[in-house]
Each structure stands twice: as structure tokens, then as C-alpha cells.
Design a protein around this ligand. Structure first.
Ligand code: A2P
Length: 274
């Protein structure tokens, strides 16, 4: 559960974590985060736009696990982008989380004309030791090409919508070439195609669920994965991935579910209403 990947700056990041998108601030988030940590989760992924950073911070405190043992990610929202406003947004996230530093801070979406200045702010926060790693989210190859022309510090992460029907092979290959690790958001695609025969048959073979098969596919492809669940039983199920291994042939059969752009459920980064 706590196997890590090593980012290009040497930071160890748990490959598995809890996403908290759409969890309500306060009790719901605090309880879900505490439950997950009780189950052994050591990586929590939030964002200022989720409006639940206070709940995340509370859940971490309630767990009693030392802060340094938990990997915490947040993100700068689109209307906070720009150099000064990003520094301010970061400090506000820290305050709401009631933490002294973040493990990872991401540019949430590639806001045209804004993300390079935003990136400079992340570089500064990183140099100041306020965040252990920095990265981007929802960046396509052309955004990364553009950003990499100017950076002093390369992003360590690109967090993107990724699941078997949107396998993002080209973008994953590009990131691999640049030592950028990929995190999958909405890894379960909200269960939309758990009925797919290939997932059903592989799940049956191992006595696992389609959700576990998908998450195992992430791990074996080197993808960092952050399934969201507020339910403790499903949190437990989602973390129970370390007693089986998919064969190369099974991975390839799951790869075949890829539908390219048609598999996308969230907004396309070039069509987002910024
Ligand atoms: P819940 O929080 O009630 O468990 P995504 O990967 O797209 O973010 O999917 C998250 C959604 O899938 C949430 O609505 C969550 O609901 C549900 N979910 C999470 N884990 C599982 C699971 N193991 N089986 C079925 N549904 C799940």
C-alpha cells in the first residue's frame, strides 16, 4: 500500500492515494480522510477548488499519524493563476489545511496565457522549501512542450484523467521521456464500465472486483492512482491490491479498452471554459 515512486528530484511519492474531489468540507471529508489513514493510506489529493482543505487537515490531525508520514497534494485553481496570486493561493491552502508545507503542489489546468507565470511561482515556493515537489495537471503534450521551453525546474508530475477507456498512451510516453510521473484522476471513471467483459472475467479469476482490476492496471503501468471514496468498505477494497498480479496478456487485454478521446468523461483541456 505504501510502495512509492521516486520523482526526478528524489522525493518518494506513494503510488496509491485517496482523492477527495466532491467530498463535502467538514465532517464528511475529515471522516473519510481519517478512515483512509486508519486503513493505511498515506497520500491524500485535494485542491483549493474542492473547498474541503479544512476537512482534509482535520482528518489528518484526527488520524494521529505524524504529518511527515502523509503525502499531501493541493492545486492552484484557474482564477488564482499568475505569479503573486499563486503565492497567495498557496499560502491560503496551507492555512486551510493547517500545515507548514505541502508535499506536492500542482497547476490545476493549463490556463492559456497564465500557466508560465504560475509555474514561476511554483518554482519559487519549491526553492523556498514550502513544497517538496511541483507539477501540473491536465496538461497536453503541446502545453508541456511550451512550458518546458522556459522552465528552470521541470514538473515532477502531470495529473490527468486516465482510466482504461482513456489510456492516454501518447501523453504517458511523452511524460516518461521527460521524467514526469503521471497520476490518474477519476481512475475508476465512476464505475461507468465495470461491466466490461474483460474486467469481469479478470476480476472473477482473481476473486477481485473490476475496480481492483483497474487500479492494479494503474500500478503495473507505473501510474500513480488516487481513487475517491467516502465509504470505508470501498476505501478498503480499493487499497486491497497487493495480493495479486495481472499477467502481461491481461494488461494488454485491458489496454484494448482504450477509446481515445471518446473515452474522456471530463473536460478537454483545450476546450475548458477558463
Ligand atoms: P463512493 O465515494 O460512494 O465510494 P472516480 O474514480 O471516477 O473518481 O470514481 C469515484 C466514484 O466511484 C465515487 O462516486 C465513488 O463513490 C465510487 N467508487 C469508489 N470506489 C469504488 C468501488 N471500489 N466500487 C464501486 N464504486 C466505487
Amino acid at each position: 500500500l505504501n510502495s512509492t515512486v521516486t520523482l526526478h528530484n528524489g522525493v518518494h511519492m506513494p503510488q496509491f492515494g485517496l482523492g477527495v474531489y466532491k467530498m463535502e468540507d467538514g465532517n464528511e471529508t475529515a471522516q473519510a480522510v481519517k478512515n483512509a489513514i486508519d486503513l493505511g493510506y498515506r497520500h491524500i489529493d485535494t485542491a483549493s477548488v474542492y473547498k474541503n482543505e479544512e476537512g482534509v487537515g482535520q482528518g489528518i490531525k484526527d488520524s494521529g499519524v505524524p504529518r511527515e508520514e502523509i503525502f499531501v497534494t493541493s492545486k492552484v485553481w484557474n482564477d488564482e493563476q499568475g505569479y503573486e496570486s499563486t503565492i497567495e493561493a498557496f499560502n491560503n491552502s496551507l492555512k486551510r489545511l493547517d500545515l507548514e508545507y505541502l508535499d506536492l503542489y500542482l497547476v490545476h489546468w493549463p490556463v492559456p496565457g497564465k500557466y508560465k507565470e504560475t509555474w514561476k511561482a511554483l518554482e519559487q515556493l519549491y526553492k523556498d522549501g514550502k513544497v517538496k515537489a511541483i507539477g501540473v495537471s491536465n496538461f497536453l503534450v503541446h502545453h508541456l512542450d511550451d512550458l518546458l521551453e522556459d522552465v528552470e525546474i521541470k514538473p515532477m508530475i502531470n495529473q490527468i484523467e486516465l482510466h482504461p477507456e482513456l489510456a492516454q498512451t501518447e501523453l504517458r510516453n511523452y511524460c516518461a521521456q521527460h521524467n514526469i510521473h503521471v497520476t490518474a484522476w477519476s481512475p475508476l471513471a465512476r464505475g461507468k464500465y465495470f461491466e466490461a467483459p474483460v474486467l469481469q472475467s479478470i476480476a472473477e479469476k482473481y476473486g477481485k472486483t473490476p475496480a481492483q482490476v483497474i487500479l492494479r492496471w494503474d500500478l503495473q503501468h507505473g501510474i500513480i492512482t488516487i481513487p475517491k471514496s467516502t465509504n470505508k468498505d470501498r476505501q478498503k477494497q480499493n487499497a486491497d491490491l497487493f495480493d495479486f498480479e495481472l499477467t502481461a496478456e491481461e494488461l494488454a487485454r485491458i489496454d484494448e479498452l482504450d477509446k481515445g478521446e471518446e473515452g474522456r468523461n471530463g473536460p478537454h483541456p483545450d476546450e475548458f471554459d477558463y
